[in-house]
Write a protein that binds this ligand. Structure first.
Ligand SMILES: [Zn+2]
Length: 311
């Protein structure tokens, strides 16, 4: 039963990833990201149907099957043999892994016993499925932001607004129903969060508002220091919206991870000669890496750190 449930999620995720590929590849800075949805859904307009970027041959249905087409065609166009971007299978696989991974992660996060572990048998209450779905959409938005920042060196406003709206949904569900969840799970740092946040910041809404303010202010200050060179306003808005989703103090740890990853990533790109000092470097991928690292590794890393200190 649960195999069928997770297999369905995986297939749904593959389809979502394939759609996300089409959206991010059709995106251009003059266009609203979400207007690409109507472009993607109206194949009648000439040339808008999925086609090879090289020879512009229209793709048949069997060339559009996520993952499978790419593997069968060994990453090449059937008509002209041009190499297809690795973005196709990578995003499809990532979206599928997230569709399966997010429910599994949250079930494990809330503990192995309890209704939250029974999502495959539909024992969990409806709001919890909504909660997981909002998290999935937020993860897809982060994925789209990573791809677009790498391609265009910008983060579209409309994706940051979408993230903030998803955050409002997530926080509203937590405020209404979070009391039914095990204690110390409001922050991905569990009880360590209490070390960093005063008691008036520990209510659901206060904690998430503080995350938005801390993330937004901190990166806004940095963008002023950098005078828009290293960090654009898109990164500031991304930190604000994601700070609202993650809450405080999680966003602070995420920022720290992002700078460590950015330093290591920038150093690596320079050492391998792919970037020079002064070259533009997209920062959103490192921010998103920081968010994901905080969610999945924040608590284990802090536990390890404080055990080291015998705290
Ligand atoms: Zn082609």
């Amino acid at each position: 039963m649960s195999i069928i449930f997770y297999a369905s999620l995986f297939l749904f995720g593959l389809a979502a990833g394939s759609f996300l590929n089409a959206l991010t590849l059709r995106y251009s800075p003059e266009r609203n990201f979400f207007s690409c949805i109507s472009l993607g859904l109206s194949p009648d307009r000439a040339g808008r149907r999925s086609h090879c970027m090289q020879c512009r041959a229209r793709l048949r249905w069997y060339e559009l099957i996520p993952l499978v087409s790419f593997m069968l065609q060994r990453g090449r166009c059937r008509s002209c043999g041009a190499r297809l971007s690795w973005q196709y299978p990578a995003i499809e696989l990532a979206a599928a892994a997230l569709a399966v991974g997010i429910p599994i992660f949250f079930s494990a996060w809330y503990g192995s016993a309890g209704w939250w572990s029974g999502i495959a048998t539909f024992e969990a209450p409806g709001w919890y499925y909504g909660f997981l779905f909002l998290w999935y959409l937020a993860a897809l938005a982060w994925l789209a932001i990573v791809v677009i920042d790498i391609r265009h060196y910008l983060v579209p406003d409309e994706l940051n607004v979408a993230l903030l709206a998803l955050g409002v949904g997530i926080v509203a569900l937590l405020a209404a129903y979070g009391g039914a969840l095990p204690p110390f799970r409001a922050s991905f740092l569990k009880h360590y969060a209490l070390l960093f946040s005063p008691s008036f910041l520990q209510g659901t809404l206060a904690m998430h508002l503080a995350g938005a303010v801390a993330g937004g202010m901190f990166f806004w200050f940095l963008s002023l220091l950098a005078r828009g060179n290293a960090m654009g306003l898109g990164d500031v808005k991304l930190a604000l919206a994601s700070g609202f989703i993650l809450g405080f103090p999680d966003i602070a740890l995420a920022a720290m991870f992002a700078f460590i990853a950015g330093g290591a990533g920038g150093g690596f790109l320079m050492a391998t000669g792919r970037k020079k000092i002064g070259d533009k470097l997209p920062f959103a991928p490192f921010l998103v890496l920081g968010f994901v690292a905080t969610i999945t590794l924040g608590f284990p890393i802090l536990s390890w750190y404080f055990e080291l200190l015998n705290f």
